[in-house]
Design a protein around this ligand. Structure first.
Ligand code: BG6
Length: 489
C-alpha cells in the first residue's frame, strides 16, 4: 500500500497514552483507520497504544474489534482493517513508574529517526508526569511532538503551570494543543468564507453587523463522564475553548498569510481584546443553568443531579449563555452572544450573523435583518437569508435562503475532525492548534467570570431537559433587542 502523493507523510510512530480510553476508541483510532483505508498513511507508520491495563497486543486488537470497529462501519473493509491492525502495538505501562518506560525505549529505539508523536489522551493531571517520564527515558528527539487534549488546566494558574512543565521538555514548535473544533471542516471554511471572498470583508464590521450568535447545543447529557464533568462544568468544558475559538475565527483581522504564526498572531489579538467581564457585570452578562428531568428526542432524561457520579447537591453548570464584547475599531458595540448546553432540545452548532436592517422600509413589512447562518453540525450548511418579492401581483417580500450544502456541493465524504488534526501533527503543521499564549489569554478572560460566580454565589438555574435552557437565556439576549435564532420570525 503506498500513500497518494498529495498526502505523503514521513514514517511515524504515534504513541497514544490513554490508548484504551473512550477518545482513543471512538475518535483517534477510527480517524487513523479512515486515512489508512484511503491509503494516505505510509507503510512505515505504527500506532503504539499505551495504557495501564495488563493486556497483550493480540488482546488489545480483540478489544478494538469490539469497540473501534463499530465506529468505522461506514468504511469497513476486511483487508484494510487487517492491515490497519498490523500497525498496532499495545504496551501496558504504569506511567507513574519510571522503570516501565523502558518498554517504550525498546520499541521506539528500533527506528530512532522517525517522526515521533506522544499523544496525551489522559487526564490533564498526568500530562507533566508523562512528559517527565518520556524525557527521563531519553525518548524526546528533535523529530518528536507532543499533542495534548483539552482542558489544559482548570484556571489560568494551572494552565500556566502545565505549560511551564511542558516547556521544560518540548519547544513551543513541538507542542500541539488540541481543540478538536478547529479540525472541523466548516470551522476551516469560516476562514475560506471570510478571506477567500471579497464580498464579505467590507461588511464584516460594526457598521453592518448588529450582533453575532454562536450556539453549541447538545442533546447528550453528562452520560458516563460525571467524574470529569462535575468538577468542570460547561464554562471550562466548552466556553473556554470551543466557543472562544469560534468567536476568534469570526472576529480576527485578516492574517498576512495562512502560515501558522500569522494566523495565531491574529487569533491572540482578539482574545486579548475581549472586554473583561468581572464583578457585578458578570451577573448581567451571563446565565448559568443546570438541567433537571425532562424529555429529549422523545426519551425521558433524568436530572443532572440524579445522574451516576454527580453530587446530589451539585452546583455545576450544564448550560451557559453570555454576552461578550470586543474592544476594537472593528467590533466596538457589537455583542457576541455565546451559549452552550447539555440535554437541550436540539443538537446544533451554529453561528448566526445578523446584519443591520434597512434604515427605512418602503415595503409593508417589519424590518428584519439579513442573516448569514453557518451551521457546523449536524449538517454543514451556509445560508444567507435575503428578501425577495414572492410571486403574485402584490409587492410582498419573503425571506429566501441562498444555500450552500456541503454534502451536495462537494463529493468527498465528511471527515471527522481528528483525521485532519492527527495528520497535521505528523506533518508538523501547527495552524489548527493553540499557542500557549492563546490558552493563557482565554483563561485570563474566563477566570474572573468563574470567580465572580463564586463570589456572588450564583447558583445554576434549573431548566427542563429538552428545552433551550433557562428562560434567563432568552432574557439576556432580549435586553439587547435580539433573539436566539429559534425565537426569531
Ligand atoms: C468536548 C466536550 O470537548 O466536546 C464534550 O468535552 C462535548 O462535553 C464535546 O460533548 C462536543 O463535541 P462535538 O464534536 O460532538 O460537538
Amino acid at each position: 500500500m503506498s500513500p497518494t502523493k498529495e498526502f505523503s507523510l514521513a514514517p511515524f510512530d504515534l504513541v497514544l497514552f490513554g490508548g484504551t480510553g473512550d477518545l482513543a476508541m471512538r475518535k483517534l483510532l477510527p480517524a487513523m483507520y479512515f486515512r489508512h483505508y484511503e491509503e494516505q498513511l505510509p507503510d512505515d507508520g505504527r500506532i503504539i497504544c499505551v495504557a495501564r491495563s495488563a493486556m497483550s497486543t493480540e488482546e488489545f486488537k480483540q478489544e478494538m474489534e469490539r469497540t473501534v470497529r463499530q465506529h468505522v462501519e461506514s468504511m469497513y473493509d476486511e483487508t484494510a482493517w487487517a492491515s490497519f491492525c498490523d500497525r498496532i502495538l499495545y504496551l501496558s505501562i504504569d506511567i507513574t513508574d519510571q522503570a516501565q518506560y523502558q518498554q517504550l525505549v525498546e520499541v521506539l529505539g528500533e527506528v530512532p529517526d522517525r517522526v515521533r508523536v506522544f499523544y496525551l489522551s489522559t487526564a490533564p493531571g498526568l500530562f507533566s508526569r508523562i512528559c517527565d517520564g518520556v524525557a527521563k527515558a531519553g525518548l524526546v528527539t528533535e523529530n518528536s511532538r507532543v499533542a495534548l487534549e483539552k482542558p489544559l488546566g482548570r484556571d489560568l494558574a494551572s494552565a500556566v503551570a502545565i505549560n511551564d512543565e511542558l516547556a521544560e521538555v518540548f519547544t513551543e514548535a513541538q507542542i500541539y494543543r488540541i481543540d478538536h473544533y478547529l479540525g472541523k471542516e466548516t470551522v476551516q471554511n469560516l476562514m475560506a468564507l471570510r478571506f477567500g471572498n471579497y464580498l464579505f470583508e467590507p461588511i464584516w464590521r460594526r457598521e453592518h453587523i448588529s450582533d453575532i450568535q454562536i450556539t453549541i447545543a447538545e442533546q447528550l447529557g453528562v452520560e458516563s463522564r460525571a467524574g470529569y464533568y462535575d468538577h468542570t462544568g460547561a464554562m471550562r468544558d466548552m466556553v473556554q475553548n470551543h466557543l472562544l475559538q469560534l468567536l476568534v475565527i469570526l472576529a480576527m483581522e485578516p492574517p498576512v498569510s495562512i502560515h501558522p504564526d500569522a494566523v495565531r498572531d491574529e487569533k491572540i489579538k482578539i482574545l486579548r481584546s475581549l472586554k473583561p467581564l468581572s464583578g457585578r457585570d458578570v451577573l448581567d452578562s451571563t446565565v448559568r443553568g443546570q438541567y433537571s428531568d425532562g424529555t429529549v428526542n422523545g426519551k425521558p432524561v433524568i436530572a443532572y443531579r440524579d445522574s451516576d457520579g454527580v453530587a446530589p447537591n451539585s452546583f455545576t453548570e450544564t448550560f451557559v449563555a453570555l454576552k461578550a464584547e470586543i474592544d476594537s475599531w472593528r467590533w466596538q458595540g457589537v455583542p457576541f452572544f455565546l451559549r452552550t448546553g447539555k440535554s437541550l432540545q436540539d443538537r446544533r452548532t451554529e453561528i448566526v450573523i445578523n446584519f443591520r436592517s434597512v434604515p427605512h422600509s418602503i415595503f409593508d413589512m417589519p424590518r428584519v435583518p439579513n442573516r448569514l447562518i453557518i451551521r457546523l453540525q449536524p449538517e454543514e450548511i451556509i445560508k444567507f437569508q435575503i428578501f425577495a418579492k414572492g410571486r403574485g401581483d402584490e409587492m410582498r417580500l419573503q425571506s429566501v435562503d441562498l444555500d450552500l450544502d456541503f454534502n451536495q456541493a462537494f463529493k468527498k465524504r465528511q471527515m471527522i475532525a481528528y483525521e485532519r488534526l492527527l495528520l497535521d501533527i505528523i506533518r508538523g503543521n501547527q495552524t489548527l492548534f493553540n499557542h500557549r499564549d492563546e490558552v493563557t489569554a482565554a483563561w485570563g478572560w474566563i477566570d474572573p467570570i468563574i470567580q465572580s460566580w463564586e463570589q456572588y454565589q450564583v447558583e445554576p438555574i434549573p431548566y427542563a431537559a429538552g428545552t433551550w435552557g433557562p428562560p434567563a437565556s432568552s432574557a439576556l439576549i432580549a435586553k439587547h433587542n435580539c433573539g436566539w435564532l429559534e425565537e426569531c420570525p
